[in-house]
Write a protein that binds this ligand. Structure first.
Ligand SMILES: *[C@@H]1O[C@H](CO)[C@@H](O)[C@H](O)[C@H]1NC(C)=O
Ligand SMILES: *[C@@H]1O[C@H](CO)[C@@H](O)[C@H](O)[C@H]1NC(C)=O
Ligand SMILES: *[C@@H]1O[C@H](CO)[C@@H](O)[C@H](O)[C@H]1NC(C)=O
Ligand SMILES: *[C@@H]1O[C@H](CO)[C@@H](O)[C@H](O)[C@H]1NC(C)=O
Length: 520
């Protein structure tokens, strides 16, 4: 039996049996409520700052109107108390924060946010910029539809579907002619894509959101485009079995280069391969098979253990050499392997998911602030090549204690390590994952505050680090939601009833076998 055929049989059996992801009857310790409250407070302060300023500050600024720092804009700039519009200015924070507000019980803010969204014209960029297919899909389409679903598909909130459809309708212009692969960016004003290469992350990260959009609008075009795109990637030539290069030319559908990675540019292609069949219960095994093949190659070629500490990492591969690098972004892989290992009933993959999660957590546990860095590297038995300069004496010193060294020292409010930690808690019930989350909350409270909210820091290994000046929307959509859910009743948003899009927006999984079975 070929590996491919064997994998196919294994995956059918597992998904049909409906393997459980979470430990049954998992209970929270009594201390959880206080930690959850601390997360709600972080959200409360952050969103209050995004919305407006206090009366006292208004007086200081000699302003009689209710001056807003960032309301309706994409990001709050928490140091300069201003805003930025890097994602077309529709209010990415609002779309990303909606479902978190619903779950945390900020229902007045939720209503206010829906009423705001209803007024936004998503058919034109407010900044006259090209629109990113990837970012707009995961934040706006994902955020709006998840909020609609969680709040009970209520008529009161039907604008959420209308607006998701309005923005997606414009994004369909990323698909030119009969091309299977969309361009990465579209000019909404004249319906033309921006020429250039696309990535497998863009081509493979539409299925969850566009499937739900088709379900709620009754227009199947979105599901068909998303599936056509990822099917092209699944079937195109590979660098390693199951692992394509990260770049594709949308005009030809041909791969460009030979770079393979679980990090930026490729990450959520792999993530969605196992999540999409879970969302749909489809009988089509191609998604799960492609995921299993990629994981198999990753175990054979990319899995590396550090010579210090024996920590597990997934390296990058440029077609010739292994690059011993890691990133905060790629640290979603632990949670993804935990989920996929459970769904396919494969203990090897599941155990590796836990090892990868623990190694990513070690990047937090080892720094002066208890927060992990944006980029890192390591040395394994096959060497230390990173494609960049070799480690400095200081980096080697750090490596010899911690089993990794820092190559990009900033923290920009990313979620992935906490995401994997959340999966590990729900799948194992081991309270060490709750302890990790408690420690992060304390680090956030200690090292991230500005006068009005929280912000990133430039050096996670320096308690006196200078601060950056940005609160990206994923702080509201992902970081605070994963932390909140870590301390929530495990029956709420159970991993056995929901899948999360790559921006942490949960979608209910159907119990029916049919792709358009009820979502109830
Ligand atoms: C949010 O903060 C405000 C001001 O401190 C407080 O009055 C309110 O109760 C908080 N809301 C929640 C849900 O914690
Ligand atoms: C379905 O959506 C596509 C893409 O936005 C659009 O071109 C088409 O007109 C829609 N079909 C209907 C029946 O609304
Ligand atoms: C689990 O997956 C690994 C990696 O692909 C494979 O080698 C192993 O045979 C699988 N085990 C089972 C029980 O399916
Ligand atoms: C979540 O769990 C809490 C505590 O068990 C419960 O009070 C609450 O209603 C649940 N929320 C949802 C949305 O199910």
């Amino acid at each position: 039996m070929t590996l491919r055929r064997w994998l196919a049989l294994a995956s059918v059996a597992a998904l049909a049996n409906g393997e459980l992801v979470q430990v049954p009857n998992l209970q929270l310790p009594s201390t959880a409520a206080a930690h959850q409250k601390a997360v709600v407070d972080l959200f409360n302060v952050s969103y209050t700052a995004y919305k407006s300023v206090s009366f006292r500050e208004q007086v200081v600024m000699y302003s009689l109107v209710n001056r807003k720092y960032a309301w309706s804009h994409d990001d709050l700039l928490p140091v300069t108390k201003s805003y930025s519009d890097g994602l077309d200015g529709w209010g990415a924070t609002v779309s990303d924060a909606l479902d978190t507000m619903w779950l945390m019980g900020f229902h007045d803010w939720f209503n206010e946010a829906v009423d705001y969204v209803a007024t936004v014209d998503f058919s034109l960029s407010k900044t006259n910029s090209a629109v990113s297919l990837f970012e707009t899909t995961i934040r706006h389409v994902g955020g709006l539809l998840s909020a609609y679903e969680l709040s009970g598909q209520n008529q009161r909130y039907s604008a959420l579907v209308k607006k998701a459809e309005q923005v997606a309708q414009q994004m369909t212009y990323a698909f030119v002619g009969n091309n299977a692969i969309p361009y990465g960016n579209v000019n909404f004003a004249d319906h033309t894509p921006v020429s250039g290469l696309s990535s497998i992350a863009t081509a493979g990260t539409l299925t969850l959101e566009w499937n739900r959009l088709s379900l709620y609008t009754g227009n199947d075009t979105y599901r068909q485009l998303a599936e056509k795109s990822v099917q092209h990637v699944i079937n195109m030539p590979k660098v390693l079995p199951g692992m394509p290069t990260e770049l594709i030319d949308p005009s030809t559908g041909k791969p460009s280069g030979t770079y393979v990675s679980w990090g930026s540019g490729s990450d959520s292609y792999y993530e969605y391969l196992i999540k999409y069949p879970r969302l749909t219960n489809t009988n089509d095994n191609s998604y799960t098979d492609a995921w299993l093949l990629a994981v198999d190659s990753s175990i054979k070629v990319l899995l590396k253990y550090s010579t210090v500490g024996n920590w597990a990492y997934l390296a990058d591969y440029d077609g010739h050499n292994i690059l011993h690098v890691g990133s905060h972004l790629a640290c979603f892989y632990g949670g993804n392997w935990i989920l996929g290992g459970k769904l396919t009933n494969n203990d090897t993959i599941y155990d590796l998911g836990l090892q990868l999660t623990d190694a990513c957590w070690n990047t937090y546990a080892s720094t002066a602030t208890g927060i992990g860095p944006e980029g890192f590297a390591y040395i394994s038995s096959d060497g230390s090549y990173t494609g960049n300069s070799p480690p400095t004496p200081d980096q080697l010193l750090f490596y010899n204690t911690h089993g990794y060294y820092i190559t990009a020292s900033d923290y920009i409010l990313r979620p992935e390590v906490l995401e994997s930690n959340f999966y590990a808690w729900r799948a194992t019930g081991d309270t060490k994952y709750l302890d990790n989350a408690v420690s992060v909350i304390q680090s956030f409270q200690q090292y991230l505050p500005t006068t009005v909210a929280y912000t990133g820091i430039n050096d996670v290994n320096n308690k006196m680090s200078s601060k950056s000046n940005d609160m990206p929307s994923f702080w509201f959509g992902e970081v605070l939601k994963y932390l909140y859910l870590t301390f929530d009743d495990p029956n709420n948003i159970s991993l056995d009833n929901y899948v999360f899009n790559t921006e942490c927006h949960p979608f209910k999984t159907p119990t029916a076998k049919n792709i358009y079975g009820s979502v109830a």
